[in-house]
Design a protein around this ligand. Structure first.
Ligand code: FAD
Ligand code: A2P
Length: 272
């Protein structure tokens, strides 16, 4: 006798916490972004990260932390990813196609959230590489513009092509029917490269400590009363930026203790 409820023998087995891929864009040979269907029950705050992955060869989930690059109101979830050639997850994840399933553990967490900062006048997003991802979410979050007069997105990569995902995202905000009006001219975008010629160059750290970014954007130097910051890059970047922000008089905060800035690693480096 056949059990009518049993899956057909040819049906693909469903992954635990599966989310179906709806689009994939390759930006460079090291960077891609993709979108997945959002589980109905998934609630998160813009800027948070989740664990996502694929089934490993041993049949167990192979999971990594990923910032959700889409805002909390979006019907889908977007991710912006590195391709590490011999990386256990991304050597495979980079080959996903529309219709494939990934594993998405529905427990969002993270420190790059509005609740972790005290009110201020200007909000600085400071990122290198895929550290842009949480800010791709927060730049599309209405609360960002409701809470601050100005929002400054500083993003640094080695090469021009690595800025493209962020550039297109910022460009699209102007015409976004949901938040375009709210963004208005509040968002100041400050992309730089360090190893390829570009109109603006230099590390985030150098442009902050030399005062170049303040001069270029016509802003006063950062100060504890008015400025708030969120930082996301390599551990070395985070440590260096933290020192500079503390030099401006800002104090690091957390969900449980809101202050003037918050930091999150964009990835866990070798041996760290
Ligand atoms: P892994 O074994 O995890 O990493 C191998 C090596 O590759 C690392 O030691 C490191 O040197 C390098 N590496 C890993 N990730 C990156 C990266 N993003 N940029 C540059 N070098 C890297 N990655 C993303 O691509 N997008 C995200 O939004 C993202 N969000 C994260 C949020 C948090 C809180 C943390 C801790 C990590 C995040 N990562 C993100 C990194 C991610 O978890 C994985 O490390 C990455 O997907 C590579 O996985 P892997 O298994 O292929 O290689
Ligand atoms: P640089 O080219 O001067 O090293 P990576 O690809 O190594 O993750 O670096 C991404 C970007 O972050 C590069 O532009 C790099 O500049 C910059 N960067 C790397 N480490 C730091 C740091 N400690 N402080 C500031 N910027 C950094």
């Amino acid at each position: 006798m056949t059990d009518a409820a049993a899956p057909a023998p040819t049906a693909k087995p469903h992954l635990p916490d599966a989310a179906r891929v709806t689009s994939v864009t390759h930006w460079t040979d090291r960077l891609f972004s993709f979108r997945v269907e959002r589980p109905r029950s998934l609630r998160f705050r813009s800027g948070e990260f989740v664990m996502i992955g694929l089934l490993g060869d041993n049949g167990k989930p192979l999971l990594r932390a990923y910032s959700i690059a889409s805002p909390a109101w979006d019907e889908e979830l977007e991710f912006y990813s590195i391709k590490v050639p011999d990386g256990p997850l991304t050597s495979r994840l980079q080959h996903i196609k529309v219709g494939d399933e990934i594993i998405l553990r529905p427990k969002p967490v993270g420190t790059l959230v509005h609740d972790a900062l005290l009110p201020g006048k200007r909000l600085w997003f400071l990122a290198t590489g895929t550290g842009l991802a949480p800010f791709a979410s927060l730049m599309r979050e209405p609360e960002t513009y409701e809470k601050y007069d100005q929002v400054i997105m500083m993003h640094t990569c080695r090469e021009v092509a690595e800025l493209e995902y962020g550039r297109q995202l910022v460009e699209s905000l102007k015409d976004d029917p949901l938040i375009g009006e709210l963004v208005g001219d509040k968002l100041l975008y400050y992309p730089t490269t360090t190893r390829e010629a570009f109109p603006r160059m230099g590390r985030v750290t150098d442009n902050l400590s030399s005062g170049k970014v303040f001069a270029d954007l016509g802003l006063p130097p950062m100060n504890r009363d008015e400025d708030r910051a969120m930082v996301c890059g390599s551990l070395a970047f985070n440590i260096d930026v933290k020192k500079i922000l503390e030099g401006f008089g800002l104090t690091e905060g957390a969900n449980s203790d809101p202050q003037q800035f918050v930091v999150e690693k964009a990835f866990v480096g070798d041996g760290i």
